[in-house]
Design a protein around this ligand. Structure first.
Ligand code: ATP
Ligand code: LTN
Length: 335
């Protein structure tokens, strides 16, 4: 019987802190679902994290914690290749080649660069500027079909597609052009303290985000304090950013539609709704918190998993890079 080749998925997350509910709903939850039907690679993208200044001791710990968190969220190392980016040297090698196929003007338009350079005005380094090229290399190195990400990464993904198409047209067909996979609900979870701002793990106000390891009482408190409007009807509508955000969160963790939610809270106020969202989020995160305790304590298991992940990713990565070097006109490596 003819073997059907599964489509390939690649995605990454930065080890810049404990993942938020936004990371979970916008990205990781979907990674988890997709690993059944696709050939998946997921990476803790540590090289991306150093575009802003990091303390090396803390970063080392955060990389391991992030790896353990992904396992705790259900990423299964027997189904997916789960690895640490800096363990596969070809990401950086391909990034250099691709940077020669990326225009200064294109990078200048990236909104994440504009945001981050405003927030880190004392360290606007070249890596922060060329970061989307490394992201393109991550994706293109594995001939990826689909990239599950939150809405904030759409622009970077479009750039990756443009770079791939440009290389293909200049040097001949080399890269698969990847498609974004952005969830319909929950692609952009907003801050609980300011629902016009994206929920982010590097927010200095801890009331803005729910970390996936927050204890139930903390989660409940954050939802009860969540900023909403002065209305009291639970309905999804233009201008009600706070309620729309809570509805997206509730819909994502319970699987209920907006219509069902509106019916469920018909005649009830925001107080009841916020408590229900807090409860549902707590329930959804409970197994993750429990699994995390187990995984993060087992250093030998973590090392075993990331070693296996690096070996498998390495094996795939050389095929694309060899092809790219040949197309560039480089001489075949002697060893
Ligand atoms: P940082 O705050 O350090 O910039 P971040 O919280 O934005 O980080 P990333 O590591 O950059 O997180 O993103 C990992 C994944 O999570 C990406 O696919 C991104 O699109 C998704 N994501 C991040 N924040 C949100 C959010 N608020 N809503 C939905 N998806 C999100
Ligand atoms: N840029 C992403 C993280 C990231 C990524 C990737 C996502 C790095 N490489 C490859 C998808 C595919 C971010 O900042 N959220």
């Amino acid at each position: 019987m003819e073997e059907i080749q599964k489509k390939r998925i690649f995605s990454g997350i930065q080890p810049t802190g404990v993942f938020t509910l936004g990371n979970y709903i916008g990205a990781i939850k979907n990674w988890n679902d997709l690993q059944k039907d696709f050939d998946c690679l997921f990476s803790v993208v540590d090289m991306h994290a150093i575009t802003v200044r990091q303390d090396p001791t803390k970063l080392r710990q955060q990389i391991l914690n992030s790896y353990a968190l992904l396992l705790a969220c259900g990423i299964d190392p027997d189904k997916s290749i789960l690895f640490i980016q800096s363990h596969v040297a070809r990401h950086a090698e391909l990034s250099w080649v691709l940077s020669c196929f990326t225009q200064f003007g294109e990078l200048s338009r990236m909104t994440q660069f504009k945001d981050k350079s405003a927030r880190h005005a004392d360290n606007i380094n070249a890596g922060l500027f060329t970061y989307p090229v490394l992201m393109a290399a991550d994706i293109l190195l594995y001939q990826t079909d689909m990239v599950p990400v939150g809405a904030d990464q759409k622009q970077h993904l479009e750039l990756a597609r443009d770079i791939a198409a440009r290389f293909n047209s200049v040097c001949g067909d080399t890269f698969k052009i990847p498609e974004p996979y952005i969830p319909k609900t929950g692609a952009r979870i907003m801050s609980l303290a300011d629902p016009t701002k994206k929920m982010s793990k590097s927010d200095e106000n801890p009331n803005g985000f729910v970390a996936i390891l927050d204890e139930p009482d903390v989660i409940m408190r954050k939802f009860k304090r969540a900023v909403t409007d002065s209305d009291s009807i639970v309905r999804y509508s233009e201008g009600k950013d706070g309620i729309n955000n809570l509805m997206a969160i509730y819909a994502s963790v319970t699987g209920k539609s907006f219509d069902e939610i509106e019916r469920e809270f018909d005649g009830k106020g925001y107080g009841d709704f916020k408590a229900a969202v807090g409860e549902a989020v707590s329930d959804a995160l409970r197994p993750i918190r429990e699994n995390y305790k187990r995984y993060s304590a087992d250093k030998a298991y973590l090392e075993n998993c990331y070693t296996k992940g690096a070996e498998m990713a390495n094996k795939i990565s050389f095929r694309t890079l060899d092809k790219v070097y040949k197309k560039c006109g480089f001489i075949k490596k002697p060893f």
